[in-house]
Design a protein around this ligand. Sequence first.
Ligand code: ATP
Ligand code: MTE
Length: 163
Amino acid sequence: MNHKAAILTVSDGAAEGRREDVSGPRLVQMLEEAGVQVIETAVVPDEMDKISAQLRLYADYLKVSLVLTTGGTGLSRRDVTPEATRRVLERTVPGLAEAMRAEGLKITPHAVLSRGVCGIRGATLIINLPGGPNAAVEGLKIILPALPHGLNKLRGDTSDCAR
Ligand SMILES: Nc1ncnc2c1ncn2[C@@H]1O[C@H](COP(=O)(O)OP(=O)(O)OP(=O)(O)O)[C@@H](O)[C@H]1O
Ligand SMILES: Nc1nc2c(c(=O)[nH]1)N[C@H]1C(S)=C(S)[C@@H](COP(=O)(O)O)O[C@H]1N2
């Protein structure tokens, strides 16, 4: 996969230095192993403006093909990653989040508690993953097989995709 990516960890604890960010580096490793170059990572607290600003930067200025966020998708009062993401999306790609919840449910009943959303801004696919290291890795594993084709199409591949 000849694409560039950015990873955004959303966590009050990690942003304040109280929690080691384990999830972000795990996602970097998985993408690199899949042949995607991760050119930028950042950690922000669970704050709508900071999350949205970072997503705009990645899509509009760095113009990466893919942004993965991890954290802030649950039901806690400060979990606002889906709201911040929706604010910057131009088109949604609901099937990715649907698959992560449906397949995740086979691993833990808690998978359906992630409110994560996925969609497109410009030529960038933005995917919300849950915050726990296992949750983030499981989520990415579920959708990874669909990403090469999706990213190629997003970047203008006009070849036939019928099977
Ligand atoms: N980046 C991360 N690295 C390691 N563990 C994480 C990370 N983000 C979340 N977790 C783990 O997953 C749990 C659920 O994540 P959630 O986003 O709800 O965080 P939280 O408990 O509100 O705390 P915080 O936002 O400060 O990370 C956390 O309590 C923590 O155990
Ligand atoms: N595959 C998978 N999805 C998962 C989990 C998991 O362990 N595996 N954890 C869930 C839990 S416990 C929560 S609270 C939500 C939201 O997590 P977040 O607030 O850390 O983003 O993701 C869920 N999604």
